[in-house]
Design a protein around this ligand. Sequence first.
Ligand code: 5RP
Length: 290
Amino acid sequence: MADLDDLREGNKFGIGQPVQNQSFHIKGADNLSWGKKDRLTRIFNPKSGRSVMLAFDHGFIMGPTSGVERIDLTIAPLMEYADCLMCSRGILQSSVPANVNKPICLRSDAGTTILTELNDNVVIDIEDAIRLNVSAMAVMLAVGDPKMEAKTIANLFRAVDSGSRYGIPVMGVTAVGKEMARDARYFGLASRVCAENGANIVKTYYCDGFEKVVASCPVPIVIAGGKKLPERDALELCYKAINDGAAGVDMGRNVFQSENPVAMIQAVHVLVHENLSVDQAYQLFNDLNK
Ligand code: 5RP
């Protein structure tokens, strides 16, 4: 049994010190199989080491929410500007043309919808992920949720086992349940748990103290955008996350619910890959939005 009464908060994060003994351009990937390295390199640009992932898996729990009503009309025009597409297999097969030829981070677990409690019961059959030629499988972890924590950790564990057999990396997605604190302590713990259980990428949320979340996670972190913000604020969120060490974004609503999604994804792209300031990226958004 863990000594819960002696859970000392970490304070030696080595902020600003680069990861030691790393030669591959992706954090924590030096010792992975060739297939995993190749797939991760399709997602994370070898020059910048970063990625702009476009998330449009929202329908699998929310239905046709704003921006994803018609993937062919609203999401298809954005695909060329993304480094990786994140969606469910139903949307991939029905609405993403294979000749878009982008790496896919497949939403690989399912359970309930927003109409019921947070839940997550099944993980995709690895054979289907292989058939779909995915570059990564995304699985949610409900750390701290008394009902779903063990189940979702087991899901991630199984996905890592099956993915590793075929060289497919797994992205652990940290959930934010109603009862969970959205701070560096929680996201740091949840992100680390994803990585300790074998995730090769972690998706989490930006928060104060994010540099500690990143520093103590031995694999790349990408941030979700969360609820729609004004464009400049969303760009600032991306900037802060990158500045604190994130390896990119896996963004949905702040792109596809923007007043100009095509302009927004291009602004996010330059900010992530070219170290532009918030003002420069926002200027680009405004120029493209004319
Ligand atoms: C939910 C997800 C979503 O893809 C994620 O929340 C990204 O979308 P947004 O930027 O709209 O928050 O992984 O589990």
